[in-house]
Design a protein around this ligand. Sequence first.
Ligand SMILES: Nc1ncnc2c1ncn2[C@@H]1O[C@H](COP(=O)(O)OP(=O)(O)OP(=O)(O)O)[C@@H](O)[C@H]1O
Ligand SMILES: [Mg+2]
Length: 320
Amino acid sequence: MARLHVVSGKGGTGKTTVAAALALALTRGGRRVLLVEVEGRQGIAQLFDRAPLDYAERKLTVGPSGGDLFGLAVDPEEALLEYLELFYNLRRAGSALRRMGAIDFATTIAPGMRDVLLTGKVKEAVTRGRRGGPQYDAVVLDAPPTGRIVRFLNVNTEVAGLAKMGPVRTQADSVMALIRSPQTVVHLVTVLEEMPVQETIDGIADLRATDLPVGAVIVNMTRDPLLSRAALAQARRGRLGTEALIRGLAAAGLDAPDDLVHGLVQEATEHAARVAVEEDERRALSGLGRPTYELPLIADGVDVGALFTLADRLSRQGAA
Ligand SMILES: Nc1ncnc2c1ncn2[C@@H]1O[C@H](COP(=O)(O)OP(=O)(O)OP(=O)(O)O)[C@@H](O)[C@H]1O
Ligand SMILES: [Mg+2]
């Protein structure tokens, strides 16, 4: 059973939202779940309507059926200080380094270094014990987008290649061991449009090529068709009859001037074309052979209540 759920996908498709909903769903049965972000954007705090998270795990909410959800915004600077302390007992030296700006330097100039620290902290949270068991039953990572995910997760392999021994090597090896173990899965979020779906297909190929564990595909912001299958087929062929439309307008107490009817037919045709594209994209995704879950577009925007709705959808589909 996976304990580290890494959520990636094309930018803007809903990684942060889906990671939060998945984390909430995973609290089911009284479990303790940690939601982690690593890009310094305070996305979790915003989503849960909280003050910005500092480098400490904070309880965000109680899950839909008990269980607790915690949040953590990992900061590379703090992760470096923790790392220096852990391996070299250098916390005080770390503060001096910070004053000198050396930490800023190390964490912004060397992106690989940054990712080593971030993944190291995630691993620490996943493996941390508490009263004979792990502190968290599951950890959900709001991860970098598809274009950067393989590099991000594999960064410790590069380090392992450079450092032949010593604590850095041990740490890098243990992070990679976790990421490549059955305890880790990488889920990809997409929407039903050509580019994000293509990015999902390519992303899965990249993950597989580097032996990283692929989890589910989560299709976000889906919309139900507004017309029947028959009407969609007619609209697609530009043969949508206007009589039913005019009758509908009359039933709603509206006049049916030609330009209104024409405009509505046009909209129906565009809608039908979009539904057809969505069906093609769905087919392409189902060809990937991964479990696929769908989450609806929430018309009023995503607030905490909507996160519970999305979590419930994931649970009902067996995602968590
Ligand atoms: N199911 C949904 N229904 C309605 N709005 C949604 C849904 N999922 C996400 N959104 C909205 O879409 C926008 C992008 O979502 P989110 O921030 O989760 O994406 P992201 O992939 O994390 O973006 P980024 O690449 O910038 O990190 C946000 O405004 C969010 O509220
Ligand atoms: Mg995000």
